[in-house]
Ligand binder design. Structure first.
Ligand code: PLP
Length: 295
């Protein structure tokens, strides 16, 4: 059995201080736990540098503002804390998880006076999907839950509460032997996977849904830039599930998932091909500091 996450070794940055991993605890009466008043990020370090760290911390701030609270540490302070923590943890390849949440001062729905807590943890986390499956393309089911209307939920925030339907959907897919689930949106259009954005290829052209009710991922934007650099045509548009049989390739993008080819979505089949492979390799080159410096 793997060591549970609350029993690993090292340090965690907790409200401005580096504390022992096992001491980074919250009380059961914490607003964030009861009402999901929490926002977080998922970042990866490559060759000792966290890829697009500042963009992640800017999004953490923006996510909190959407939920109506202000993170009491600046983006620069969070950047510096993460860099120092990565050094202290001694990793060059790692995953970083900052989280901000409302504390314990009030325990009803209203939490006007609650302290805003912030923590950052860094650990070594391998491939998000099974590496052997990743190259062949992973299998996705189609989720029953849909990404909500932005008028129903704060869909631009990387808010903990939005992941409730993702975990339900991912568990349902895993129970059927799939690696993940593709979620449609409230209109029935193709949206994203439970923790990653989605792209398709048809006749050499890349298609991806407009991120108007789900995260416009940092990896998504990076991959669009890489595709443009390669001269690929990219179309951001509404994609209907009825179109899935027309696409030849499909891949997911995310800080955790990186670029992961997809071989199946429900009854539809895709063959990981040149474009998926090229962008997968380009992304890996892009994230490493040496490659970025050499450009
Ligand atoms: C629901 C969801 N969509 C998309 C993404 C991709 O975002 P990013 O590329 O910024 O990691 C993530 C990962 O954070 C996610 O959880």
């Amino acid at each position: 059995m793997a060591v549970p996450f609350d029993q690993m070794d090292g340090q965690i940055w907790f409200n401005g201080e580096f504390v022992d991993w096992k001491d980074a605890k919250v009380h059961v009466l914490t607003h964030g736990l009861h009402y999901a008043s929490a926002v977080f990020e998922g970042e990866r370090a490559y060759g000792g540098r966290i890829f697009k760290l500042t963009e992640h911390n800017q999004r953490l701030h923006a996510s909190a503002e959407i939920l109506g609270f202000k993170i009491p540490y600046s983006v620069e302070e969070l950047d510096a804390a993460t860099i120092e923590l990565l050094k202290r943890q001694g990793f060059s390849e790692a995953y970083a998880r900052p989280i901000a949440w409302r504390g314990s001062e009030m325990m009803g729905v209203s939490a006007q006076n609650n302290r805003i807590n912030v923590a950052i943890a860094i650990w070594q986390w391998g491939s998000y999907f099974n590496p052997a499956e990743k190259l062949k393309g992973i299998r996705l089911d189609i989720a029953e839950y849909r990404r909500p209307d932005p008028k129903t939920a704060p869909s631009k925030s990387k808010a903990a509460g939005l992941y409730m339907i993702c975990t339900i959907s991912k568990h349902a897919a895993e129970a059927k032997g799939y690696a993940d689930a593709l979620m449609l949106d409230y209109r029935g259009q193709v949206a994203e996977a439970t923790g990653a954005n989605v792209f398709f290829v048809k006749d050499g052209v890349i298609h991806t849904p407009v991120p108007d009710c789900f995260l416009d991922g940092i990896t998504r934007r990076t991959v669009i830039e890489l595709a443009k650099r390669r001269g690929y045509q990219i179309i951001e548009r509404a994609i209907l599930p009825e179109e899935l049989p027309d696409f030849s390739e499909c891949f997911l993008t995310g800080s955790a998932a990186e670029v992961t080819p997809v071989s199946e979505i429900g009854p539809y089949r895709f063959t990981p091909g040149t474009i998926s492979e090229t962008l997968m390799n380009d992304y890996m080159k892009e994230v490493y500091p040496v490659a970025a410096a050499a450009e």
